[in-house]
Structure formats: structure tokens, C-alpha cells
Design a protein around this ligand. Structure first.
Ligand SMILES: Cc1ncc(COP(=O)(O)O)c(C=O)c1O
Length: 368
């Protein structure tokens, strides 16, 4: 049982905070940008894993929410979130049985596929359950997926010809494009891969099959992809929160990427003080460690964080001008938002000094 907390100062540390003013501004900006260009908005739920945020995104005009995994989608469905797109292939009979169960409860759910055997298994399971299942062909741009062009067309044709599968369109996320550093390099990368996606759509439609969806895009490429005819919707995630990693990919002026404002922080407490270093109560278990980046102190210019173990971080204070004491609370921008969120059971939604809500991160750990 979590005791109610009204003031930001009373949140026990380490804790995950979302600044509501910043997140709401990020949502409004992304939603307006995509609406202004006639693109759908299906933001990725893997970033927040939080039904309360999914509800806000739907209220802002999102057509649905992406989920990385089946179990993540199940959580969103249980909270009544519509328009789920599962962006990773669902493999093997036990998971397919659960996917079909989900399709029966939430018939607009779409599953990504890249393998003919997997497509047939979906069709058979759907037939046995007496439901139809929506399948999107996942295009290969370096990770999962089937190569764009003829191979993707053939898979679409297979789906189209089956009794219980419906061809929903193309899943065309390009992971490498989203984090390409340097704006011009990012433009070049995403234009090249998205051209393959829209060419594949054309090929499918020329062969007589409707291809209603090409879902793509990310925080790093949204403004580029939204200008490409044939991309029907975008699925960015990190724009909600932002992190140290995304601040470094480079904006259009080749300075920092500033399209969205940092909304996510981890708050810590100084638990020990040495001469020019402070030990805070946030280490490997409080921040993701998947990138060669460290947390950045938000209101302590000159402080440099170093990992000091599972539970601790060491802040070098040699270049800090103000006094730092045991008991001080220090907030950090996180190196990478998605895996950091996955470390916490709840998120404190704050506005200024007030805690407006405590949101369960209900799909935390839902990686199956
Ligand atoms: C399939 C897919 N789509 C969209 C996204 C969102 O990307 P970003 O967080 O860079 O906006 C991700 C992130 O990893 C993803 O895996």
C-alpha cells in the first residue's frame, strides 16, 4: 500500500516523476503536427507502459496505441485502450492462442508478421476460435521484418487469400533511422527506407489489394516521415518524456534536438557526502544502463554523475557552485526513457510542487 502523497518534497526516493506541463505540451505538439499533415497518430506504449497515459493520448486524438509485446497489449486492452498494434511478431502456439483471445475481445487489434508459417498459424487459430485476425506485414529495415517489395507483396497476398486473416497494411518502423545522429543523416536514412515502404504499398495496391495502413516513424523522424505521401500514421514514443540519448541526436540546426521538452526525471536523495562528491540513492536499479550515457542532474550545473553500484551514484561536485548536503534531493534526466520506466512500479505525475496523481506502470515487466 502506497501512502498518499501531495507534495513533490514528500515522494520517497528514488522515484520516477513525470512533469505534467511538459508531457502535455509534448503530446499537444505531436498531435497537432500529425493532424496538420493528415497523418494518424498511434504512439508507442512501450515507452510509458501506463494506461493512464494511453488514455490521455487517445483523448488527444490518437487512433490507438502500439504495444511492443502481446502481454503489453493485453494490459492496454484490459484498460479499454482501442486500436492496438503489436509491433513485434508473436511466435509459437501458446502466444498465438492468447493473441487470438485478445483479437476476440478487441477486434481492432493488429499483429505484425514477417513469416508465412506464422501467418498460417494465426489463420488456423483464428478459424478454430471463430474470429478474424488483423495482420500487418512487418518490413525489414535491419531487425525483424520481411524485405520490402516482392517478398512483402507475397506475404500480403498469402494473408489476403486466407479465410480468417485480414491484411491490415504495413508495419514500417526503422529503428536505425530514429537514432541516426545528425539531422541531415537522419533525413537521408529515413527518406530512403520510407521510400521502400511506400513503394511496397503501391506494389500491393497495384496488384489489387487495399493497403490501408503504413505505420512508421519515431521521435527522431516524425517531422520527416510526416511529409512522405503514402505513410498513413506515425508511432513515436519517446517524445512524451525525452531523455539524454534523444537530446543528442541533433536537431535541424545541428544543435541539440529540442522539438520536445524533457518531462521524465528520477528524483534521488543525497545519502552521504564526501569532500567534493555526494552519494545519491540512485544507481543501476534506478536508471537504465543500456547506453554509454549517465544521468544528468537537472538543477545542479557542473555536477557529474558516475555509477557507484546497484543502489548508488557518485556526483562529482568539483565544478558545482552551490552547497550540497546530506538530505538534499537531486533530480536527473534519464539516459534512456523506455528501459528506465520499466524499472518502476509507478510514476508520480507532478505539476510544480504538487503530486496530481500516482499512476501504476501497469505493463511494467510485460515483455512476453
Ligand atoms: C516498433 C517501434 N515503433 C516506434 C518506436 C518509437 O520510437 P521512439 O521512442 O524513438 O519515438 C519504437 C521504439 O523503440 C519501436 O520499437
Amino acid at each position: 500500500m502506497i501512502p498518499p502523497v501531495d507534495s513533490r518534497d514528500d515522494i520517497l526516493t528514488p522515484a520516477l516523476l513525470v512533469d505534467l506541463d511538459a508531457m502535455e505540451a509534448n503530446i499537444a505538439r505531436m498531435a497537432a503536427h500529425l493532424a496538420g499533415r493528415g497523418r494518424g497518430f498511434r504512439p508507442h506504449g512501450k515507452t510509458h507502459k501506463c494506461p493512464a497515459i494511453a488514455e490521455r493520448l487517445i483523448a488527444a486524438g490518437a487512433v490507438g496505441i502500439c504495444a511492443a509485446k502481446l502481454s503489453e497489449a493485453e494490459v492496454f486492452a484490459a484498460h479499454g485502450i482501442p486500436g492496438l498494434l503489436v509491433t513485434t511478431p508473436v511466435i509459437g502456439p501458446p502466444k498465438i492462442a492468447r493473441a487470438i483471445h485478445l483479437a476476440a475481445r478487441a477486434p481492432d487489434t493488429i499483429f505484425s508478421v514477417d513469416d508465412p508459417g506464422n501467418v498460417r498459424a494465426f489463420d488456423e487459430a483464428a478459424g478454430a476460435a471463430g474470429v478474424a485476425v488483423n495482420l500487418a506485414v512487418d518490413l525489414f529495415f535491419g531487425r525483424t521484418g520481411i524485405p520490402p517489395g516482392q517478398p512483402a507483396l507475397e506475404l500480403a497476398r498469402l494473408i489476403h487469400g486466407l479465410a480468417h486473416a485480414r491484411f491490415a497494411g504495413l508495419q514500417a518502423y526503422d529503428a536505425a533511422a530514429s537514432h541516426t545522429t545528425g539531422y541531415e543523416a537522419r533525413v537521408a536514412r529515413t527518406r530512403a527506407t520510407m521510400a521502400q515502404a511506400v513503394d511496397t504499398r503501391r506494389l500491393i495496391e497495384q496488384s489489387g489489394m487495399p493497403c490501408p495502413m503504413v505505420s512508421s516513424g519515431s521521435t527522431g523522424t516524425y517531422s520527416i516521415d510526416a511529409e512522405i505521401d503514402g505513410i498513413t500514421e506515425l508511432q513515436p514514443g519517446s517524445f512524451l518524456f525525452m531523455d539524454v540519448d534523444y537530446s543528442r541526436v541533433g536537431g535541424p540546426d545541428e544543435g541539440p534536438y529540442r522539438d520536445f521538452t524533457r518531462a521524465l526525471t528520477v528524483i534521488t536523495t543525497v545519502v552521504s557526502k564526501l569532500e567534493t562528491a555526494a552519494i545519491v540513492d540512485g544507481g543501476y536499479k534506478a536508471f537504465s544502463t543500456d547506453r554509454p550515457l549517465v544521468p544528468e542532474a537537472v538543477d545542479l550545473p557542473g555536477a557529474r554523475y558516475a555509477w557507484a553500484g546497484d543502489e548508488h551514484g557518485r556526483l562529482d561536485l568539483s565544478h558545482v557552485t552551490r552547497d550540497v548536503r546530506v538530505g538534499d534531493r537531486i533530480e536527473f534526466a534519464v539516459p534512456h526513457c523506455d528501459p528506465t520506466v520499466n524499472l518502476y512500479d509507478r510514476m508520480y505525475a507532478v505539476r510544480g510542487g504538487r503530486v496530481e496523481a500516482v499512476w501504476p506502470i501497469a505493463a511494467r515487466g510485460m515483455s512476453q
